[in-house]
Design a binder for this molecule. Structure first.
Ligand code: NAD
Length: 527
């Protein structure tokens, strides 16, 4: 069968191409009003096709306005996880037995429904996790892309089932990939739709049953996506949904003896502890983990400096730097350092800090009190150990009083070896470091335990070629003014990291992702 072609969902760009951005803004603003009106409800777990009430709930509030309750969500416990894993285990064989076409159809139908409801979903993301409207829509688009791409790939490979013929007379062989059984899905807050949907769909489409736990700060958008996948035709028990925190819901899911594999995106600390748990419990299934980054960008003396400024600004400050792919350290050739730095500071000071739902907002609020405290701590250290060129303050004036707003921050005069230039902060914070030549830039870029994204700005093709050869990074972008390190598209720029940025070396939204959720079997029959 001819597999369906794949095209990225590029909502905002398509409105721009149609010269109709006003229609985009109107639809988004109407959706914000509608979603606001439905906030504040109490939400349960979803186990074996039914709502399951919890003994306790936790409140989620909006990062830009903590007086606005998003909802009360079920506080998951080890018992809830146990019930959910049992439900998944009971149906996993039946789910595997369903044909490729039937399974794929469910995810295509879910994608169609998300497309239909994209403005509502984007508005939900803005209110719950604080992303501005174009970033929120990109999150929705990416979720749709994952569903379409994985459906296309699974169908194209015929479910990874090959007739390998008659190797010796009378022997008939088949080589196939089969699901592990039950997967735990543990998601982060920062792409609360795309990553939640992508990981869940990856585990499910390959025939595993799932227990999914979203981040504790973004359960509402995850619940909506779970419902869409469920309504698209998943049999009861195949997708179970438990909300709650890491220690009480995440850890028991990882430790449960009937959970065969875990797919995780989040911090290095948690991801590596999940790996250790699997090892200590002698579990054989995979831990597919996408982790943090400390993404370097080189600006060479052969760079288009204006393009570099634009790329670094967008890479460092979109969604307030709360992206694993955010630009966080910049190695600038000393001949262009003064010009680059001055222009970056100027451009940064033009950015609008504001509420996620306001049209002009570029720098939106940060997710949690812990993130706000981290911001205060690193900007204080930057002021004492280096020079803060712009930013460094928490904003509390006017209607910022009830939210968590911070200024985008550019820092210089901290050595490359300093913690500020080595640790992931996950905030709108970037450090600038002078270099004498490309060699030094590459050496310092690679001198990190992470290897997620990297960028270079140089008009010299030989420099770019050398950099592609030598940079230790999963995603590498040259001369990308739309963002030096962020903004990967499904299929074209599969997402994942080298070194401590990931555990498998295979990337989400790429051609080798789905196989990780399966194990190989050869079947030989003598007739
Ligand atoms: P986090 O690690 O704090 O939380 C991620 C998830 O793990 C949440 O659902 C949380 O409840 C759960 N969790 C926490 N402790 C746990 C435990 N002991 N056992 C099991 N689960 C537990 O991450 P976050 O703050 O939500 O997200 C930010 C991090 O995610 C950053 O480090 C960022 O770089 C990373 N990230 C990586 C990628 C990627 O593709 N490489 C993408 C997005 C985010």
């Amino acid at each position: 069968m001819q597999a369906k072609e794949f095209e990225n969902e590029l909502t905002y760009h398509s409105y721009e191409a149609d010269r109709d951005v006003e229609a985009f803004h109107e639809a988004y603003e109407d959706a914000v009003e509608a979603v606001r009106a439905e906030l504040g409800a109490t939400h349960d777990h979803y186990i074996d096709g039914e709502r399951v009430a919890a003994a306790e709930h936790f409140e989620v509030t909006s990062p830009g306005d903590q007086t606005r309750t998003i909802g009360e969500f079920a506080a998951g416990t080890p018992d809830d996880i146990d019930d959910a894993v049992h439900a998944a285990t009971a149906v996993s064989d039946e789910w595997e037995a369903l044909g490729v076409d039937e399974r794929v159809e469910i995810f295509r139908d879910a994608a169609a429904e998300m497309r239909e409801r994209k403005f509502e979903l984007a508005a939900t993301i803005s209110l719950e996790n604080g992303k501005n409207r174009t970033e929120a829509m990109a999150d929705v688009d990416e979720a749709i892309d994952f569903l379409e791409f994985y459906s296309r790939e699974f169908e194209r490979a015929d479910g990874y089932d090959f007739d390998t013929g008659e190797p010796t007379p009378g022997e008939h062989t088949r080589n196939l990939l089969r699901p592990y059984g039950v997967f735990g899905v543990i998601a982060p807050f920062n792409f609360p739709m795309a990553i939640f949907v992508g990981m869940t769909a990856g585990a499910l489409i390959t025939g595993n049953a799932v227990v999914a736990k979203p981040a504790e700060s973004t359960p509402l958008i995850a619940e909506k996506c779970m419902e869409i996948m469920q309504d698209a035709g998943l049999p009861d028990g195949v997708l179970n949904f438990v909300t709650g925190d890491g220690p009480n819901a995440g850890q028991p899911l990882v430790e449960h003896e009937d959970v065969d594999g875990v797919v995780f995106t989040g911090s290095r600390k948690v991801g590596e502890s999940i790996q250790r748990t699997f090892f200590e419990q002698d579990k054989q299934g995979p831990v597919i983990a996408e982790l943090g980054g400390k993404n370097p960008v080189i600006v060479s003396d052969a760079a288009d400096v204006d393009a570099a400024v634009e790329g670094v600004m967008k890479g460092a400050f979109s969604f307030s730097g709360q992206k694993c792919s955010a630009t966080s350290r910049v190695y600038v050739h000393e001949d262009v350092e003064a010009e680059f730095t001055e222009k970056l500071v100027e451009r940064t000071e033009e950015l609008t800090v504001g509420h996620a739902t306001d049209r002009e907002t570029f720098v939106s609020p940060v997710i949690s009190d812990a993130a706000l405290e981290r911001y205060e701590s690193i900007t204080e250290r930057a002021a004492s150990d280096g020079t803060v060129l712009t930013g460094g303050a928490v904003r509390t004036e006017g209607d910022f009083a009830d939210g968590r707003f911070v200024e985008p921050t550019v820092v210089t005069d901290v050595p490359h070896e300093h913690d500020l230039a080595r640790d992931e902060h996950f905030l709108p914070f970037v450090t600038i470091h002078p270099i004498a030549d490309l060699e030094e830039g590459i050496r310092k870029s690679n001198d990190s335990e992470y290897g997620l994204c990297a960028g270079i700005f140089s008009e010299d093709d030989a420099e770019v070629e050398r950099w592609f050869d030598e940079i230790e990074s999963g995603m590498c972008y040259a001369n990308r003014s739309q963002s030096a390190t962020t903004g990967a598209l499904v299929q074209a720029q599969p997402f994942g990291g080298w070194k401590h940025s990931g555990t498998t070396g295979k990337f989400a939204g790429g051609y080798w992702y789905l196989q990780q959720f399966m194990r190989e079997q050869t079947q030989t029959r003598v007739e």
